[in-house]
Design a protein around this ligand. Structure first.
Ligand code: SF4
Length: 384
């Protein structure tokens, strides 16, 4: 099997990624929030200069798809007009910050996220994928979201700063948190965490390299809560999208309801008490599609070995309760960062099947045709 291309960098707006359906232009909402006007502007720009499809990512960003090279400058101008464009590529590359969408009692989350955002330019050089999580809502929600340095809710209700990969962190007050974040970032840099522009905190500590005691700490984080589902939620209404892919028309409808917070679960938290209208691709409650992750696949992704979402839709209703299915166009596994109970991986020879793992793990079956997988009796036996 040919290994998928690993680029080692993330696309942005200034530096888009080329895909099978055109340029992919990633917008990183500042502090994870968009006003209704900004969301409407983004939806309009995606419809005018792209295909009208917007993917929500696992790092709480939005990707405008299907942009022609010639339309890229006009799209950047439209994003800039709505305050959605960084000054340059370096500035946007540093804004790898995921913020919990849920408000906390003490009102600390927004202030911490803003303080970190304001100082990102002072960080030492870090790998392109190096990121931060501000997980300081009433409970910890971002434990499964990729991040290298975490500001978290502690078990005693206070705050801590934790290097990803370590079980414990340093208990901090709200005024000191950012200084400890910078301390860990500098330590990562001088401890050899970055090699040839790449590296992750968990890999560094996984090699037995430890921060000094003053940065490691012994405070326990609060228990992690499972990812939420579309529902009324603290702060508004969580709205999902089939496979995390929204249409410009759907976003325009939501924009009229209120401001939004972008989540890493490929949902938007719309700041409204009103129920959004029933539209085909909006997931407003428990839906079989929530059990299935599927990347864009062919033909949109040049690396895909097969189409993914048609098969995922056919299988969604067959997935047993509490089972996660991942349908991936190749072994890269863009749709889901963690493992799934059942993983179907497209190959040139058909579909490989992985149990309890990721798309790159050794398969238990190889080269199955899609029609065989879609047979209800066969699929139920496969996942049982
Ligand atoms: S996992 Fe899917 S989207 Fe990611 S590179 Fe492979 S085919 Fe493309």
């Amino acid at each position: 099997m040919t290994d998928p291309l690993v680029r080692g960098w993330c696309p942005g707006a200034h530096r888009p990624m080329r895909s099978g359906d055109g340029l992919v232009v990633r917008v990183r909402p500042r502090l994870g929030r968009l006003s209704g006007a900004q969301l409407a502007g983004l939806a309009d720009a995606a419809a005018r200069f792209g295909s009208g499809r917007i993917d929500l990512t696992g790092r709480a960003n939005l990707q405008i798809r299907g942009v022609a090279d010639d339309d890229h400058p006009a799209l950047l101008a439209a994003l800039s007009a709505h305050g959605l464009l960084d000054a340059d590529e370096a500035a946007e590359r540093r804004r790898n910050v995921v913020v919990t969408p849920f408000p906390d009692m003490a009102g600390e989350t927004a202030a911490l996220a803003a303080a970190l955002d304001a100082r990102l330019g002072d960080l030492p050089p870090l790998p392109a994928k190096f990121g931060f999580a501000v997980d300081t809502g009433p409970v910890r929600r971002l434990a499964d979201v990729p991040a290298d340095i975490r500001i978290e809710r502690a078990a005693d209700g206070g705050l801590l700063v934790r290097a990803d990969g370590l079980d414990r962190g340093v208990a901090v007050g709200p005024d000191a948190a950012i200084a400890f974040v910078f301390g860990l970032a500098r330590w990562f840099s001088v401890a050899g965490g970055m090699v040839a522009g790449r590296g992750r905190m968990a890999d560094l500590v996984g090699r037995g390299v430890r921060p000094p005691a003053a940065l490691a700490g012994d405070a326990l984080p609060a228990a992690a809560a499972p990812p939420p589902v579309p529902s009324p939620a603290d702060g508004g209404r969580l709205v999902g999208f089939a496979f995390g892919a929204a249409s410009a028309a759907d976003l325009a409808v939501l924009a009229a309801l209120g401001d939004v917070r972008v989540t890493p679960w490929r949902m938007l938290l719309v700041e409204t008490a009103a129920a959004p209208p029933d539209r085909p691709d909006l997931l407003l409650a428990d839906d079989p599609l929530l059990a299935v992750a599927a990347c864009s696949g062919a033909p949109d992704c040049q690396q895909a070995k097969g189409t993914t979402r048609d098969l995922a839709r056919r299988l969604a209703g067959l997935v047993p309760p509490r089972t996660r299915l991942h349908v991936s166009g190749c072994t890269k596994g863009c749709a889901l960062a963690g493992p799934a109970d059942v993983v179907l991986v497209a190959t040139a020879a058909g579909w490989d099947v992985v149990r309890d793992g990721r798309p790159g793990d050794p398969p238990v079956a190889r080269g199955l045709p899609a029609a065989r997988l879609a047979d209800p009796t066969f699929f139920r036996e496969l996942v049982s």
